[in-house]
Ligand binder design. Structure first.
Ligand SMILES: [Zn+2]
Length: 380
């Protein structure tokens, strides 16, 4: 173990701390954003850094670690990875970090304890080397609940601290992501009239009404979305009918049926707009459905200006000439809605996220630390 760099040792320590999002697992012994945050807090305090808890909901807090500038503060950069992970039935085995073939294996290795380790290690290195910027405050913000309702980032966006740039930590392969799609979930309901299965003409079948809606959404509506002008980084919006539920048994004409749909949105689209658009499309087809919201808050799309000076500085530090878009959504969007220009950045490949055998390449982790140090050190 001693031969591994500090960031790898830190990542192993973080993997060994269970921090499954409480929404995904009933066993409180596996929950523990607070365990990860507590570990980081004592490490930060041990290096003389200021720390602060930001209570989001009872028992779950964001952790802030501040590296104050040498002089008067003129700008702030937020390093904001999330502390929670998804869970698996055999989670216990995934809590034992393993290093093999230049990779660190374990739950959260790439999503997103790798980013936590890289961001935190960069701050520690800066603090230790006495190379803090003159006028930029650097705040490490460990956020709760990204994997479920994004409560941590939404709370921070509401009460601050605001910043001139936030980096949401996710495995982007060390590319700077300035755009991602948003996500609206809707439930559609058809209502019929029940009758005995032997006399179907006396009822009105809600399942067959819904089947026409499903075909229309996946047919004409999807084709209409696919014919729109493409966003340069994100392509076009999409729709998926992910769930259907209707009827009780074969000998009853079903009186109600629901479907749950996932509509990926582009910058500029809103939940209310999507709902109006789908209702209008169905009306044009002579179809009708009621609408329910499945989630209290939709995930917003992200579209940050790649030419902002801090975004350009990070992109340069990462060795790239341009920023990219991704198809998954992140904490960057809620942070951006709070008024902080935000990007997504971190070591690893999203293909390994949420898999049973999650891993992160050590080379990615070490490069992330170097890129961040370079970016932060050169800030004014
Ligand atoms: Zn993540």
């Amino acid at each position: 173990m001693a031969s591994h760099p500090a960031s790898v040792r830190l990542l192993q320590d973080l993997i060994a701390l269970p921090s499954v999002n409480p929404a995904f697992h009933g066993d409180p012994d596996l929950h523990g954003e607070h365990r990860v945050a507590g570990f980081l807090e004592s490490a930060a305090r041990g290096r003389g850094l200021e720390t602060e808890w930001q209570s989001v909901v009872p028992g779950r807090s964001n952790l802030l670690v501040r590296l104050r500038p040498a002089g008067v503060m003129r700008q702030r950069v937020l390093l904001a990875p999330h502390l929670d992970t998804v869970g698996e039935p055999d989670y216990a085995a995934q809590l034992r970090p393993r290093v093999r073939d230049g990779r660190v294996f374990g739950r959260g290795a790439c999503d997103t304890k790798g980013s936590v380790a890289a961001f935190f290690q960069a701050v520690l290195n800066l603090a230790a080397g006495g190379r803090r910027p003159s006028h930029t405050e650097i705040v490490f913000a460990g956020l709760i609940d990204e994997e479920n309702l994004q409560l941590g980032s939404r709370h921070l966006a509401r009460i601050g601290p605001k910043a001139d740039l936030a980096l949401a930590g996710e495995p982007t392969g060390l590319e700077v992501i300035t755009a991602h799609k948003g996500d609206v979930w809707l439930r559609l309901r058809t209502t019929g009239r029940s009758a005995h299965g032997a006399t179907p003409h006396r009822g009105r079948n809600a399942v067959s009404a819904m089947s026409r809606i499903v075909l229309a959404l996946e047919g004409g509506y999807a084709a209409e979305l696919a014919s729109r002008p493409a966003h340069p980084k994100l392509g076009r919006p999409t729709i998926n009918v992910g769930r259907i539920d209707g009827g009780r048994q074969p000998n009853i004409v079903p009186a109600s049926c629901t479907i749950d749909i996932d509509r990926r949105t582009l910058p500029g689209e809103s939940e209310a707009g999507v709902r109006r658009e789908i209702a209008a499309f169905l009306r044009r087809q002579g179809l009708r459905a009621g609408f329910d919201t499945l989630r209290t808050s939709a995930c917003e799309p992200l579209d940050t200006d790649p030419s902002l000076p801090l975004v350009r500085a990070l992109t340069r530090a990462a060795g790239h000439r341009r920023t990219r878009g991704v198809h998954y959504f992140t904490d960057a969007a809620p942070l951006a809605s709070g008024g902080t220009p935000s990007v997504v950045f971190g070591p690893g490949d999203i293909a390994q996220a949420h898999t049973a055998c999650e891993w992160l390449a050590i080379e990615q982790l070490e490069s992330a630390v170097r890129i961040l140090e370079r970016f932060l050190r050169d800030l004014d």
